[in-house]
Ligand binder design. Structure first.
Ligand code: ZN
Length: 440
């Protein structure tokens, strides 16, 4: 067992009401192995109280630092690290000119391996300890990322991109060699093999990953839905309702469905542990479908602002009551840093011309990228928080990391003022250290 003495930020459990942070100025976080040998939080609270129960545990003192839960990124593309900051006239030209050519390179295992190494290191450097990420349509890309995440003990969920039409031929799923299964059938066979190889191994999880409805045939979506029913604790990830051209295309391809979102439901792809990126252009029937199926939205504000896609409607989501959390969506998104993502979410919330504008509370914003995102993944009480029993993934923040941060945070008179300063001014320099739960 080991204890850390610092200021500590964590969250009340969802069962105790709306998102609210807890903050202990002089706190103690005690971590130690659970019955399976995983390092979990044993106790958290005021130093003077908690130390009484753990008098002989070695304490690392981190004066002036803040310990907070590791961040959870609900949607990111590891093959798009090199695509950050590529200029384009919106989503579809951006895919064609930058994203697809880069993703082709992941067919080569060595290319995938070096990209995975950089990607995992960059997440951890930014304080992200859990991520749901896209790979490419090549199994090599999935194996490379799982291998690296396992080596770093990171909680990571990914899967083979399912794409059997409307993309460059060498990015479509491959047929089985020797004239066996066609590309559609083979993509499902490969997905199931990857589930069996990786899902539930150490801290890894598998996600069934149709890129988005327009790049899959009916047969592929149907097969993905059957796989999702057969493996209920496997995740599902895709994109929906990001921009209006994309929606028009999806509607033309699947006219029998009530809406673009409903297409996924019609193929059995909406349920708990299904995460849909964007969810911008929704009506209330779509919102109710999210709520009723237990699916969750991965709000991707830097991406939506960068590509000019639109603004996630927080008031609409809360009025109907579906789950959501924050995501970087690199490379459409512009930063790996959760601070940049939280700030962009604040901008998106404020926008009041296309929907109701509101000011997201800093505790709420932070929750969306930690405990709230974990809840959306079905991992509440596992990651994204520092309540006893949670895996001991956390960041050590240095609020004096830059002159402006030091000056501004010293003026904070409340938790909201402190957290908002960190959100608005902070970046990767705030993350002094990222600690990952270790198996003993
Ligand atoms: Zn995306």
């Amino acid at each position: 067992m080991k204890a850390y003495r610092a200021s500590i930020l964590w969250f009340v459990p969802h069962s105790e009401g709306p998102a609210r942070a807890l903050f202990e100025e002089d706190g103690l976080l005690v971590v130690g192995p659970d019955a399976r040998g995983t390092q979990v939080v044993q106790a958290v609270g005021p130093y003077r109280q908690v130390i009484v129960d753990y008098p002989s545990v070695p304490v690392e003192h981190l004066p002036g630092r803040i310990i907070a839960p590791g961040f959870v990124d609900l949607h990111i593309h590891y093959p798009q690290t090199n695509v950050i900051g590529s200029p384009a006239d919106g989503l579809l030209p951006w895919l064609e000119n930058y994203t697809f050519p880069e993703e082709k390179r992941f067919e080569a295992p060595e290319y995938s391996a070096q990209a995975a190494t950089f990607f995992v290191a960059e997440l951890l450097r930014n304080g992200v300890t859990t991520a749901l990420t896209f790979a490419t349509s090549h199994p090599e890309s999935v194996n490379a990322l799982f291998t690296e995440a396992q080596a770093q003990r990171m909680r990571l969920i990914t899967g083979l991109v399912l794409m059997d039409r409307h993309a460059p031929p060498d990015l479509l799923n491959r047929a089985a060699p020797g004239g066996g299964a066609d590309s559609t059938e083979n993509s499902l066979v490969e997905s199931e093999a990857l589930i069996q190889r990786w899902h539930g191994k150490d801290r890894l999880g598998y996600a069934i990953t149709p890129r988005f409805a327009p790049t899959s045939t009916d047969a592929q979506l149907r097969g993905a839905g059957l796989l999702a029913a057969r493996y209920p604790d496997v995740w599902i990830q895709s994109h929906v309702a990001e921009n209006k051209d994309e929606i028009a295309w999806a509607r033309a391809l699947f006219p029998q469905s009530r809406s673009y979102l409903a297409t996924y439901d019609d193929f059995g792809l909406m349920r708990a542990r299904a995460i849909y990126a964007h969810c911008i252009h929704f009506d209330d029937d779509d919102r109710a479908l999210m709520r009723d199926t237990g699916a969750a939205a991965a709000i991707s504000p830097t991406s939506n602002l960068f590509l000019g896609s639109g603004f996630f409607d927080y008031a609409g989501a809360d009025r109907v009551g579906f789950q959501y959390g924050l995501a970087s969506d690199v490379g459409g998104g512009t930063s790996f840093s959760p601070f940049q993502t939280m700030l962009a979410a604040y901008y998106v919330g404020r926008e009041g011309q296309t929907k109701q504008g509101l000011s997201l509370n800093p505790q709420q914003l932070w929750w969306q990228h930690t405990a709230g995102a974990a809840r959306a993944l079905g991992l509440e009480g596992v990651v994204g928080n520092l309540l006893p029993g949670c895996e001991a993934d956390f960041v050590v923040l240095n609020p004096n990391a830059t002159p402006l941060l030091a000056r501004k945070t010293a003026l904070a008179h409340s938790l909201d003022e402190l957290l908002f300063s960190l959100i608005v001014i902070g970046d990767d320099r705030l993350i002094e250290r990222t600690v990952i739960s270790e198996a003993i």
